[in-house]
Design a protein around this ligand. Sequence first.
Ligand code: NAD
Length: 334
Amino acid sequence: MKIAFFSAQPYERSIFDETIAQPQYARYKLTYFESRLTADTAVLADGHTVVCPFVCDDLSAPVIDRLHRMGIRLLTLRSAGFNHVDLARCREYNLRVTRVPAYSPYAVAEHTTCLLLSLNRKIHRAYQRVKELNFSLSGLVGFDVHGKVIGVIGTGKIGAAFINIMIGFGAEVLAYDPFPSEEIRAIKGARYVPLDELIADSDIISLHCPLTADTKHMIDGQNIERMRAGVILLNTSRGGLIDTKALIQGLKSGKIGAAGLDVYEEEDGVFFTDLSETGLQDDVLARLITFPNVLVTAHQAFLTREALRNIAERTLLSVVEFERGVIDTTACLV
Ligand code: NAD
């Protein structure tokens, strides 16, 4: 069975090569394509049965139509998020779709913590200063996370891991999720509150919910207006949760004290790409990264060895399960 692997990066190829070398995957062959999957590059999948895309790949209806015409029978996503996939179109064709439901919530929760601590203690600025032999501390004052109020929106696997880290710091957690969990209720120092209360009463707000029609731009101008002055906003979930232009206004006015972003609503075609020679066409992102109190990482929160290994194993296991006709329900989307 041939698997067309789009948006292939060197750091994942080595782990996929190691994983596929195991006897249970002996009949599978991966073809790596560096290109993003788009309507123009879909033709590369011709002659394959399975396509393995990442979050930056285009899986809109026109691309699905092409893949279906070429006889693709399974999309094995190597991501947890699937907001970029037209699942309704896949269902029409009975094109099976799987994802990696959980690979390492700790990887993303720990990266969120890195963004928070770097911004608060100005590590990104201190690093540059010391390189220039400037040992002054002026402008580097942060605050104790201990005792602060952390608002966590979305208390699934990653939100729960982040809450536990924050509780370890001695912070108080306000959580919001339309489906509250007993695991979070049992944590001393964390409690569920309505979203409005979380928005108004948190010193730090971190987003860990999926991007859906309901959650798109949940952080907009109105909600930013209602936040505490100097709030730190963290988003390692999906870019579309934040209205970026409203965020820029909030940063300009000083309402937002800092923003740590691993995702951006227009990241497709920018993140995972080296634009250091060509420059950036996106003026909104260009403005965003000029703020000294904004840290942008290019969707790297998942990037640990443990997570990559789990992704490789689950992605290939889905192909085995597809062949057997029984796909694990937590991985199966269509
Ligand atoms: P999960 O499914 O375990 O948890 C998501 C939680 O969000 C659920 O508890 C759900 O009830 C809740 N939710 C749904 N709608 C909501 C709403 N309107 N408001 C608040 N909460 C809502 O998912 P997870 O594994 O914790 O992942 C969370 C998100 O992190 C994913 O959707 C994905 O977009 C993102 N992610 C990012 C990276 C990265 O590298 N940056 C990696 C993995 C996942």
